[in-house]
Design a protein around this ligand. Structure first.
Ligand code: ATP
Length: 238
């Protein structure tokens, strides 16, 4: 696909040379949202870490905008526009919302900060507040907003909804969806809220025991509930 931004082919990665994921094939194009689904321990976080260059590949390959991801120099992948929002959100509790946004780019970019905050109005009112004093949902918005300020080409968000009420998740995911489309960002989500995630995704992949057991258009997976459930819980391949 010509507008493929993030590509993995036959990717295997893990810990101490032992693969936790194997044979992972995925492509995320500009403006597209792909969600990785799967039960605990399926290998979702491992896949994101390998794609970000934070874990070495055991075999296979991964690339961002045509350049191979090199785990010895993950900063190069970051410079090409890759941002990973980890499941612990990676915020600094004593720093304010404004300071997080300001630190997201080497040079201050107030126009960009303003544009991003327009997508997250609840956050705009909290600019002077320290991150450690925000609610879980506000912290998640801040983690995503800070990543967006840097104008990423690829944005990966790990378990955005961890500890958040579905209502809160519902308010963040559509904003992310719109931004991906408007700015041509390739978005890779890891989500536990299957229905909420599928509602904003173009495609989804189900991992189980470190392998892709199902992949398809999000709308198709929603209608083919039985297949999705079997893949998710039992690792049944389509
Ligand atoms: P969860 O939703 O629970 O985070 P996940 O799908 O993200 O699950 P991973 O965290 O990628 O799964 O874990 C995949 C496998 O790798 C699991 O068997 C897990 O125990 C193992 N694993 C994860 N982190 C490490 C680590 N640092 N060292 C060794 N094994 C690990």
């Amino acid at each position: 696909m010509s507008d493929a931004v993030l590509v993995a082919r036959e990717l295997a990665a893990g810990y101490n040379g032992i693969p936790a994921v194997q044979g992972i094939d995925l492509t995320v194009s500009a403006g597209e949202v792909l969600t990785l689904l799967g039960p605990n321990g399926a290998g979702k976080t491992t896949t994101l870490l390998a794609l970000a260059g934070l874990l070495p590949l055991i075999s296979g390959r991964a690339s961002v905008l045509g350049a191979p991801v090199d785990h010895r120099r993950p900063y190069r992948t970051a410079r090409r526009g890759m941002r990973l929002v980890p499941d612990d959100r990676g915020l600094f509790p004593p720093l304010t919302v404004q300071e997080h946004l300001r630190l997201a780019t080497p040079k201050p970019d107030p126009a960009r900060e303003k544009a991003v905050l327009e997508r997250f109005p609840a956050l705009a009112e909290l600019r002077p507040r320290k991150a450690g004093l925000l609610s879980g949902g506000e912290q998640q918005m801040l983690a995503i907003a800070a990543a967006l300020v840097s104008r990423p080409k690829v944005l990966m968000v790990d378990e955005m909804s961890l500890g958040l009420a579905p209502m809160v998740v519902q308010s963040i995911l559509p904003a992310l969806r719109e931004l991906a489309r408007a700015e041509g960002i390739a978005v890779l989500l890891v989500e536990q809220h299957v229905d909420l995630a599928l509602a904003v995704s173009d495609r989804a992949i189900v991992l189980n025991h470190g392998r892709v057991v199902l992949s398809g258009e999000a709308g198709q997976l929603v209608t083919d509930r039985e297949k999705l459930t079997a893949a998710y819980f039992d690792g049944a391949t389509a």
